[in-house]
Design a protein around this ligand. Sequence first.
Ligand code: GLP
Length: 242
Amino acid sequence: MSTIGADQRLTKTDQLREHLSTLVGERLRPGDRLPTERELADEFGVSRLTVRRALDRLESERLVYRVQGAGTFASRRPITKTIEFTSFSEDMRSRGLSPGSRLLDAVETPAGARIGYALAISPADPVFRVRRVRTADDAPMCLETSHVPLALAPGLLDLPLEGSLYSLLETRFRIRLVRADQVIRATVLDPEEAELLQAMPLSPALLVERTAYDQRGRAVEVAKSLYRGDRYSYEIAIERTS
Ligand code: GLP
C-alpha cells in the first residue's frame, strides 16, 4: 500500500490529488487509463469518496477525463493558456489605477451544496461570504462576492475588509493563493447590480468565476466578480508556439 496521510497539513483528498497529478503529468501518456476507484482506494488505504473527490479535482483541472463505463483517462496536454494569477488590487495597479473597495456585507453562513463542493467541504460547514463593490480610482468597477471556509481563516470578519483580501489571507493566515480555475463569460447587469455599479440596468458585464487554491493545493476561495463591460477588458498575451 502506498502512503497517504503522513503529511498532517494536507487532507487525504489533497494528498491523493497531488500524487495522481504527478502520475498523470510524469508517467502516463494522454489516453492512458488510470487505476479504478476501487484500486486507488485499496492502494492508498482511503475511502472511495476520497478517491472520487481527488478525481473530481483533477477533472476540473482538465488533467483527466472520465468516460462512463470505461474509466478515467489522462488528458491531452491542457488546452487552457496559462495567464498571470492576480488579485483585483494587483490587476488594477498594473493598469495604473488605484484599487479600493466598499464593503456591502460580510457574514458567516453554511457553505451550501455548490460552494461546499467547490471548496471540498460539506454543505453544512461554515464559510465567510464577503460582498464588496471594487473601485478603481474611486469609480465602481466590479461587484465581488467571495466565499472562504471559516476553518481556514477564523476571525476573518473582524479584520478590515476594504483592502486586499488576498493580502489579508497571506499576512494574517499564511495562506498564499497561487492558482485558480476561472471561467469568464458575458452577461448583463440586473437592476440591483446596475445600481451598485452605477450603471444602466441590462448593460453588458463580464462575469469572472474563480476557485482559488493555495500553495498546498487547498481550495480557499470561491468567488464571483462582475465587471462593468464598459470599463474592464481581459487582456492576454498570446504567442505562436508552432
Ligand atoms: C480578483 C478575483 C477575486 C478575488 C480578488 C481579490 O478580483 N477574481 O476572486 O477575491 O481578486 O482581490 P483583493 O486581494 O484585491 O481583495
